[in-house]
Write a protein that binds this ligand. Structure first.
Ligand code: PGA
Length: 241
């Protein structure tokens, strides 16, 4: 695990964007695993700028997102599909059908999860997986628990996560109680992982990831077992290292 500490999130995001850009230059049909949340927004803006200026081309790129709320359709402003369209896909030249976000409203969620895993494998696996982290160490929506769940699955969100994400909803009651997420296996099978964390609220979880032993009570801690992880932090997120 390589850990880089930057003065501020914008500088860190510009550095992280270069990994996606250089991957696209080497492999125009690269498969990216993408993430939502406030953390990656400046990186998505940087990638959109590079695309606008003709430096990188997404026309053959394929993407699979980590997760989605169960019960929200893609036109709900707090859904992760909406977030991705709004923050990245509508600003780059990726064919819309090349973008994948798990459905939170499939009639059969078990089948949706199994199909999602199958599609990623058929695409050749993830070349670069982007990750943020929850205050409780979650990656994707893999919440702290007794085990690491390997495949894409649905799960109950912790109150901690619902509270942290309530800022995207009118009120806490509106935050869904369940989600569908890629499993730890999907993430660990990515060829390369780009991890971003900013702000003091993430410092404890980041310390567990970088310095602790692998435990499902901090799901991010398993990343130390991956052979190619680059961690981009600001000073605050790195303050307990
Ligand atoms: P954030 O969320 O980027 O909005 O802090 C990250 C996460 O919960 O994984």
């Amino acid at each position: 695990m390589q850990v880089y500490v930057y003065s501020d999130p914008n500088t860190a995001c510009k550095a992280a964007a270069t990994i996606f850009a250089s991957t696209l230059l080497e492999k125009p049909d690269a498969v990216f695993g993408l993430a939502t949340g406030s953390t990656p927004v400046p990186m998505y803006q940087e990638l959109a700028r590079m695309n606008r200026e003709g430096l990188i081309d997404f026309s053959q790129c394929r993407t699979w997102n980590l997760d989605e709320y169960v019960g929200l359709t893609g036109d709900h402003p707090a859904s992760f599909r909406y977030f991705m369209d709004d923050n990245l896909f509508h600003h780059i030249n990726i064919p819309y059908e090349n973008t994948h976000v798990p459905s939170g409203v499939a009639a059969d969620m078990k089948k949706e999860a199994a199909d999602y895993d199958k599609a990623i494998i058929e695409a050749g696996g993830i070349d670069v997986q982007l990750l943020g982290i929850g205050n409780n160490g979650h990656i994707g929506f893999n919440e702290p628990g007794a085990e690491f769940v390997w495949e894409t699955h649905t799960l109950k969100l912790t109150e901690n996560t619902r509270m942290a994400n309530s800022r995207f909803f009118e009120k806490l009651d509106d935050v869904p109680t369940e989600a569908i997420t890629m499993g730890i296996g999907n993430i660990m099978q990515a060829k390369r992982i780009v991890f971003l964390a900013f702000g003091k609220a993430k410092a404890e979880a980041v310390r567990g990831m970088v310095c602790g032993s692998a435990t499902p009570s901090n799901q991010s801690s398993i990343l130390r077992m991956h052979r190619n992880v680059q961690v981009f932090l600001d000073k605050e997120a790195a303050s307990l290292l």
